[in-house]
Every structure is written in structure tokens, then in C-alpha cells.
Ligand binder design. Structure first.
Ligand SMILES: Nc1ncnc2c1ncn2[C@@H]1O[C@H](COP(=O)(O)OP(=O)(O)O)[C@@H](O)[C@H]1O
Ligand SMILES: [Mg+2]
Length: 239
């Protein structure tokens, strides 16, 4: 397997708490790969550790054969990894246009690319000159994702994009993710198994800072007993 990102025995402490207890994970190149786990399992901490927002105390993070374990966040981003955090990281007081311009390296849009992003998320064009706080929850999420793809990135880390969104918006998001995954690898963190399984080709399940399962999404989707054992009640509630 050709992994674009590899985590090998990554341990992360937050203050005095040992949160990640040796995460080992391969993200294959291309498509959507899912990190599933209940609330508090360590999903966000894993993404933040990849981005250098938390420092791994032990273990290695390798992106395209480069060791990025100790790299600073701006360098990780420049290396080609985009991050859409749980709180989306958009600027409410700035317009959609300004939010997107700030996500470019030079402040200048690649027009062909911009047109593709606007075709993917038409609401962004409609609200181009409006302040971001005026957008709905789903539109804010679409803006956050637009910012992540406005310049070509090899890998996009997305933290629970469906949280709090209506089913119709989630369906639109599935289509958008499929389109984005044609040119980029997506590592998607989710608790929503229905959303995750409609997109993901591989899946890892995290619990208590450890990976407790790795495999194909199709196998997990077909095996209800395995789902129940791995995902227990917190995720079964989504089905
Ligand atoms: N800033 C923090 N300070 C202290 N503990 C934290 C902090 N962030 C996360 N944790 C703890 O680390 C564990 C994993 O959290 P997190 O990675 O946010 O889980 P998830 O994203 O899977 O819900 C939880 O027990 C959480 O309470
Ligand atoms: Mg989280």
C-alpha cells in the first residue's frame, strides 16, 4: 500500500494527561479515509498532533517520506496538509471573499481553481461579499472546506464536518467530498457512521487514545456485529 501519511506509535500529552497512547495509522494515497471514534477518544488530538499544534512526545509522523513529527504548524501547512478544525477556523467578521483570500499564499486567486470551488459550493458565490457570521451552519462548514481547497493540497484533515448539520446538507457534502477526493486525499474524522461509510474506503477506529481496529470500510459496513463491538452505543445511536 502506498501511504501518503504514516503515524508510528505516536504518544501525545496534553498538560499532565497522557492522551494518545501510541497511535499507528496508515493513510493510503487518494480517496477518503476515516478515523472513527466516540467523543473523547482522541480524534481531534490526533489531527492536532499531525498539524504540530500538539507535540508528539514519542513516535513518528511521516508525510510523503518526510518526517514532520517536530515540524512547526505553518511548515506542515506549506508542506501540503490542510486542516479544517472542529470550530472551522473561519473569520466571522470578514466576508466570504476575504476568508478565502486569506487562505491563499499570495492573496491572489487562481481563477480556474476558484471557479471550480464556487461550482462545488454555489452558496459561496451567492454570499461572496457577505460577512461569514451571516452564513448558516452548513454554509460555514462549506466555507471552511473551500478555504482548505482553494489552493492545491495533497492531504486534507477534516474534523467532524457533519456535526449539527441537517440531512439534506450532509447529502450535499457527500457529493462535494467525492469530487474533492478525485484530486486529493482526505482524512475524515467522524462520529457519524452513516456519513463516514458512504465516503470512506478505509477506516480506523480509535478509542481511549489507541487504534482498536483498521480495515476496509466495506467490511465494517457489512459487519453489524463488528460495528456494535467497536463503536458501541455512542455511534449506534446515529444509525
Ligand atoms: N485542551 C485539553 N486539555 C485537557 N484535556 C484535553 C484537552 N483536549 C482534549 N483533552 C482530553 O483528551 C481526550 C481526547 O480528546 P479529543 O482528542 O478532543 O477527543 P475527540 O476529538 O475524539 O472527541 C479527552 O479525554 C479530552 O478530555
Ligand atoms: Mg474532537
Amino acid at each position: 500500500m502506498n501511504a501518503i501519511l504514516r503515524l508510528d506509535d505516536v504518544h501525545t500529552d496534553i498538560g499532565q494527561y497522557h492522551v494518545l497512547h501510541g497511535i499507528s495509522l496508515d493513510v493510503p494515497e487518494g480517496g477518503v479515509h476515516v478515523l472513527l471514534g466516540r467523543n473523547g477518544a482522541g480524534k481531534t488530538t490526533t489531527l492536532r498532533t499531525i498539524m504540530g499544534l500538539w507535540r508528539a512526545r514519542r513516535g513518528a509522523i511521516v508525510f510523503r517520506h518526510h518526517d514532520i513529527t517536530q515540524m512547526r504548524t505553518p511548515d506542515v501547512a506549506r508542506f501540503g496538509i490542510a486542516y479544517v478544525p472542529e470550530n472551522m477556523g473561519i473569520f466571522g467578521g470578514l466576508t466570504v471573499e476575504e476568508n478565502m483570500r486569506l487562505a491563499t499564499a499570495t492573496g491572489v486567486f487562481d481563477q480556474a481553481r476558484l471557479q471550480r470551488v464556487l461550482a462545488l459550493f454555489p452558496a459561496m458565490e451567492k454570499f461572496w461579499t457577505k460577512q461569514a457570521f451571516a452564513l448558516s451552519g452548513g454554509q460555514k462548514q462549506m466555507l471552511a472546506i473551500s478555504r482548505a481547497i482553494i489552493e492545491r493540497r495533497d492531504l486534507i484533515l477534516i474534523d467532524e464536518p457533519t456535526k449539527g448539520l441537517a440531512p439534506a446538507i450532509i447529502r450535499a457534502m457527500i457529493d462535494a467530498f467525492r469530487e474533492i477526493a478525485r484530486e486529493t486525499t482526505i482524512l475524515l474524522v467522524e462520529q457519524n457512521f452513516l456519513f463516514a461509510r458512504s465516503l470512506g474506503s478505509s477506516v480506523a477506529v480509535i478509542d481511549d487514545g489507541r487504534i482498536i481496529h483498521r480495515g476496509g470500510m466495506a467490511e465494517l459496513a457489512a459487519d453489524e456485529a463488528l460495528q456494535t463491538r467497536l463503536l458501541s452505543l455512542s455511534l449506534a445511536a446515529h444509525q
